[in-house]
Design a protein around this ligand. Structure first.
Ligand SMILES: *Cc1c(COP(=O)(O)O)cnc(C)c1O
Length: 374
């Protein structure tokens, strides 16, 4: 039996009427650009995350771009980030004119290693950009301490981790994306909270950054046709905001369902391969469920076997960014960031979505087991 990576059709029927009525209201009022639903969604999203402000934008990529600019990142600045992520994280750094500086990852959580970050700091460093990869929080306490010591901004790439949480050293639980100067989110359909198209948002607790973000997403203007700065057309579409407003009410339940799937995967794969380790100060959002093997050969065999069985799977990410041709000019080479290189060669991700059935989980885990026995 085939098992897909995600099943985007499964989430729609149970809430069809609510979505269709929300969308119809937009159609009837024709308030397509920055309609009231955008503000309503922004307020609900900020509240959900325990943050002061949310600004809706047109993608997770633009969320990063606008967050970097609103945090004052300028040409020639250096921003330290992880090489083990989607290229949107680093291309937005380059596109502001700054330089992405890749630090290594932690070999257990696959997120940015604070120790490696510290080694990469120079007089040009202005920000740290951790990615909460697959839905797992980066080690925020240590990153915050480094940022304080060196007067750096923190921008959290939370594209894969809405509903993920982190318990700070003082004992308070925080939603990911609400901890740094900015948290950026993607509502690409396959993320934990998916729109029916492209959409994104930025969270911040800072009044000045908030004002800057609002101007940047709308051609740099706070008052129509008055431009203190240049900006972009990167507004959150009202139709998408209306859909997101409905879906937001269900996202916690979906993350619980994802965590249940993850627990079943972990139980079935115990002793077979390395399953995600979730430290007790974090709540994983399980946007992806990623397993790891001791060797590249085992990983490649398992991947090939699952594909032959019609079980979807994906390597997030097969080539760390410092080894990509797009960054050849930065001079990265094999051996520079050994943890990222080891992990890119030994991970792959299994089907993961809230509605995954016990039968599907068994098919997937049996296939992983069989591939190891071969
Ligand atoms: C999806 C994703 C993005 C980009 O989001 P879009 O909405 O597709 O632009 C950025 N960073 C990471 C880590 C992502 O997974």
């Amino acid at each position: 039996m085939k098992v897909p990576m995600v099943d985007l059709t499964a989430g729609y029927p149970p809430i069809r009427e609510e979505i269709e009525s929300a969308v119809k209201k937009v159609f009837e009022k024709a308030n397509f650009i920055l309609g009231t639903q955008v503000t309503e969604f922004e307020q609900a999203f900020a509240k959900h995350n325990g943050a002061k402000y949310a600004v809706g934008v047109n993608s997770g990529t633009d969320a990063l771009r606008l967050a970097l600019l609103a945090c004052g990142i300028k040409p020639g600045d250096e921003v330290i980030t992880t090489p083990f992520t989607f290229i949107a994280t680093s291309e937005t750094i380059s596109q502001t004119g700054a330089v992405p500086v890749f630090a290594d990852i932690d070999p257990v959580t696959y997120t940015l290693s604070p120790e490696s970050v510290e080694k990469k700091i120079t007089s040009k460093t202005r920000a740290i950009l951790p990615v909460h990869l697959y839905g797992m929080a980066a080690e925020m306490d240590k990153l915050i301490a480094i940022a304080k010591k060196h007067n750096l901004k923190i921008i959290e790439d939370t594209a894969q981790a809405f509903t993920g949480k982190y318990r700070l050293a003082d004992g308070t639980w925080k939603y990911l994306g609400s901890i740094g100067d900015c948290g950026t989110f993607s509502f690409f359909p396959a993320k934990n909270l998916g729109a029916f198209g492209d959409a994104g948002a930025v969270l911040t607790n800072d009044d000045k950054i908030y004002e800057e973000l609002k101007a940047l997403r709308n051609h740099g203007s706070k008052v129509r046709y008055i431009h203190e700065i240049e900006g972009f057309n990167s507004r959150l579409d009202t139709v998408q905001a209306a859909i997101l407003g409905v879906r937001l009410k269900y996202v916690e339940k979906w993350t619980e369902m994802r965590n249940t799937v993850a627990a079943k995967y972990a139980a079935a794969l115990k002793g077979i391969c390395i399953t995600p380790v979730v430290p007790d100060n974090r709540r994983h959002s399980f946007n992806y469920y990623t397993i790891r093997f001791e060797t590249k050969e085992q990983r490649d065999n398992a991947q090939k076997y699952l594909t032959e069985q019609g079980i979807a799977n994906q390597i997030y990410y097969p080539i760390a960014l410092h080894l990509q041709k797009a960054y050849a000019h930065l001079g990265g080479k094999r051996g520079d960031l050994p943890n990222a290189e080891k992990v890119q060669d030994t991970v792959f991700s299994l089907p993961m979505f809230p509605e995954l059935t016990d039968e599907q989980i068994k098919i997937v885990t049996d296939a992983v087991k069989n591939s190891m026995a071969k």
